[in-house]
Design a protein around this ligand. Structure first.
Ligand SMILES: [Ca+2]
Length: 274
């Protein structure tokens, strides 16, 4: 039987959540039990998820009111309900929880006494910026809801961390983008629209010429069913009051992805187009 997973996503802002979702939909090793949305406008985000998949329960989570949507992809007929009123659905200790956004919903589950078999978190940076410089940086996901992040780091959850240190250079080049553009699958058409929308949004609002998407979140999905393209190490990590990840002797021992084989990029492309 394939492994049951939950994806907790802030889809609709950076395109990598949509890539991660399509990778999950194309991975027979896992079965998506539910998708939860987080960060700003979670109900709208649930309707973005609904454009990509019609058969998976979608719950909208806690609104942190941080961030923005860069796309108008939407399935207005999506059936979605608030996570906080449907927690019974998640009473299954064999689930793998994949968090690719703010940690508010996961912290909420902890408050309710929930346990998950494995938790995979894309977020945090040990010593690398978004452009690959070797220095400390406040990573987005961890700082959208810092209290929630602290709660998760102080929990007994079995965490595999996917930090910015290993994802920042998992960049799609023009050739990869063209492959998706030429593909006729419904999900590929949606990904193309998302990328175009995001480019227009960033240019119009921030004067940013966004060229190359980065596969931060897809690596977290991949890590739920295969570990052959990366190496991990246990590190003692805690999150400071300033939202910075720190290595400390007395901190929680967390398994962290330390090195990724770049073969992950062609693997990802092949999977999402299959
Ligand atoms: Ca994300």
């Amino acid at each position: 039987m394939s492994k049951q997973i939950i994806i907790d996503t802030d889809i609709g802002s950076d395109i990598d959540d949509a890539y991660a979702l399509v990778l999950a939909l194309n991975s027979p090793e896992i079965k998506i039990k539910a998708i939860i949305t987080n960060n700003s406008e979670p109900e709208k985000k649930a309707k973005i998820v609904g454009a990509f998949t019609k058969n998976i329960p979608i719950f909208y989570g806690i609104d942190t009111k941080k961030g923005f949507l860069t796309t108008d992809i939407c399935n207005k007929d999506t059936k979605t309900e608030p996570l906080q009123e449907n927690t019974d659905f998640f009473k299954d200790e064999e689930l793998t929880y994949i968090s690719i956004g703010a940690l508010s919903n996961l912290a909420f589950f902890l408050d309710q006494g929930f346990k998950f078999k494995n938790v995979i978190i894309m977020g945090g940076s040990i010593n690398t910026t978004y452009s690959g410089e070797k220095k400390k940086v406040k990573e987005w996901n961890f700082n959208c809801d810092l209290d929630a992040t602290k709660k998760v780091f102080n929990s007994n959850l079995n965490i595999l961390l996917v930090p910015l240190d290993v994802t920042w250079d998992l960049e799609l080049n023009e050739e990869n983008i063209t492959k998706i553009k030429k593909n006729k699958k419904e999900t590929s058409i949606l990904l193309n629209k998302h990328l175009n929308d995001m480019r227009k949004f960033l240019y119009k609002n921030y004067n940013i010429d966004f060229k190359k998407p980065i596969l931060h979140d897809p690596l977290a999905v991949y890590a739920s069913y295969d570990e052959s393209l990366f190496k991990t190490e246990y590190l003692r990590l805690s999150i400071s009051d300033d939202g910075i990840l720190e290595e400390k002797k007395e901190a929680k021992n967390i398994r962290v992805i330390k090195e990724v084989n770049k073969e992950f990029i062609p693997f990802f492309i092949k999977r999402i187009l299959s």
